[in-house]
Write a protein that binds this ligand. Structure first.
Ligand code: NAI
Length: 463
């Protein structure tokens, strides 16, 4: 080891941790990553990857059901849920193995065990054997776990969290989803498209409470059109077991009592940072609302200790954790880096998909007094018609002085792919004039972005 070589310990091998480890290795550090479970964390094993694999099956099933619209006669098809689950597990394993390969390729030592931080330079790893390791810097990337609600019956058999939902071997006939957020809605549509009768109970006045109201309203309409029952302003009182053996979710909507019976209830009411057993108190880190407080350089209140990803709170998104991982690794190795939270995309794999970056219209109006809104529906976009997915629209919010784009919201086909251009724009503090002067290929869905940009001045071409 050269004299200058820095030693970095990363606690947690999810998208935040493994990316931090790779970045640190690229910057010349000797890196040890400690993981007590499987490499890849929630994203690869219990989150982004397995759910999107199921979304793919659910959507393909749905599309086959629409084959006639495209002039295709399909005689007989059915879902094989076991096979779909096996495909999901195979993809998870491939990506998990991929992370292990990346660790090896970057000469990162992976220790399987539970890390407890002794001080800002020492970590105790307990697994098959106990060992103490030292480092110059520590990056905590311990992730999150599903949150719950304090109502009677929530721990009972038949009540699941998102981890359990991914492990189901047999589909229930009826499911009640508690929480109309990202996880709740993605699962609701997956299972609905697999012929499960699904109801969603959301306590706030709109589903996706933190997203733009127009997007949430139109998505709610689209999901209801597919047959998903959605209750908003709904407060769950308790979960009981009916004489039939079915679960019964008792709740109130605007004060009126209601009950829904189901085979399975899924609780998707948010995730909470996971910091158990890390020994944070003993090194002097006090949690703030359950999260490890950090600054924009990902430094904690203790020198040489960094925290990233879900453990550090904020948006609990894999790509945000990855960006924070790179930021922390750089700062730990003396390369200045700061997070820009203005340009973090938010994506939801419902159908139509949701993707957003920046402020909602409401937030923009609270923060600026000269807000302009431009929008464009996919019904007027050629490519959307060609692929048979015309639900949704693009909505762009800008301030009028410089025309800086404050927020972009897309509800529609491939929205999650299309948002990247807007993220780059916001990262560069682009004005909508730049967008409007950028030639977009035809016929593509991305033309809807320019059209919405032109709409900011009432000059959309194709509407
Ligand atoms: P969330 O915060 O997105 O949604 C939870 C929903 O539950 C909220 O709408 C909330 O108002 C509602 N809720 C809370 N208590 C309730 C109650 N007692 N009764 C009824 N509704 C209640 O959290 P979610 O969906 O559990 O996801 C957790 C985290 O994982 C989020 O930060 C999310 O961004 C992330 N995630 C991201 C994905 C993506 O990027 N596509 C996919 C899945 C999760």
């Amino acid at each position: 080891m050269s004299e200058k070589e820095q030693r970095i310990i990363v606690v947690g091998g999810g998208p935040g941790g493994y990316v931090a480890a790779i970045e640190a290795s690229h910057c010349g550090a000797k890196v040890t990553l400690i993981e007590k479970d499987a490499l890849g964390g929630t994203c690869v094993n219990r989150g982004c990857i397995p759910t999107k694999a199921l979304v793919q099956t659910a959507n393909m099933l749905h599309e086959i059901g629409r084959a006639g619209e495209y002039g295709i006669v399909v005689n007989g098809y059915a879902l094989d849920f076991i096979k779909a689950s096996e495909r999901k597990s195979k993809i998870v394993k491939q990506l998990r193995d991929g992370v292990a390969y990346l660790m090896k390729k970057n000469k990162i030592t992976v220790l399987h065990g539970t890390a407890s931080i002794l001080d800002s330079g020492r970590v105790l790893v307990s697994g098959n054997e106990r060992q103490e390791i030292s480092a110059d810097k520590i990056i905590i990337a311990s992730g999150s776990q599903p949150g719950s609600i304090p109502v009677e019956g929530v721990e009972d058999k038949g009540v699941m969290n998102s981890d359990d939902a991914l492990e189901m071997k047999i589909l229930p006939k009826k499911m009640v989803v508690i929480g109309g957020g990202v996880i709740g809605l993605e699962f609701a549509q997956i299972f609905k498209r697999m012929s499960v009768d699904v109801s969603v109970i959301e306590m706030m006045p709109q589903i996706l409470p933190t997203e733009d109201h127009d997007i949430a309203r139109h998505l709610e309409r689209a999901l209801k059109k597919e047959g998903i029952d959605i209750y908003v302003n709904a407060k769950v009182a308790c979960i009981t077991t009916a004489p039939s053996g079915e679960k019964q979710v008792l709740f109130t909507v605007n004060g009126i009592e209601k009950a829904l019976e189901c085979e399975k209830a899924l609780v998707a009411v948010g995730r909470v940072p996971y910091t158990e057993g890390l020994g944070l108190e003993q090194i002097g880190i006090a949690l703030e609302k359950g999260r490890i407080p950090v600054n924009e350089r990902m430094e904690t209140t203790v020198k040489n200790v960094y925290a990233i990803g879900d453990a550090a709170g904020g948006l609990m998104l894999a790509h945000k954790a990855m960006a924070e991982g790179r930021c922390a690794a750089k700062n730990a190795l003396g390369i200045e880096s700061a997070m820009n939270y203005k340009a973090v995309p938010r994506c939801i794999w419902t159908s139509p998909e949701v993707a957003a970056v920046g402020l909602t219209e409401l937030q923009a109006r609270e923060q600026h007094d000269d807000v302009k809104v431009g929008s464009f529906p996919f019904t007027a976009n050629g490519k959307a018609k060609i692929i048979g997915e015309t639900q949704g629209f693009v909505k762009i919010i800008s301030e009028s002085r410089y025309g800086e784009i404050l927020g972009v919201h897309i509800l529609g086909p491939h929205a999650t792919e299309m948002i990247a251009e807007s993220v780059l724009g916001m990262q560069m503090e682009a004005s909508f004039h730049c967008l409007n002067e950028t030639i977009h290929p035809h016929p593509t869905l991305s033309e809807a972005l320019v059209e919405a940009g032109l709409g900011l001045e009432g000059k959309s071409i194709h509407i």
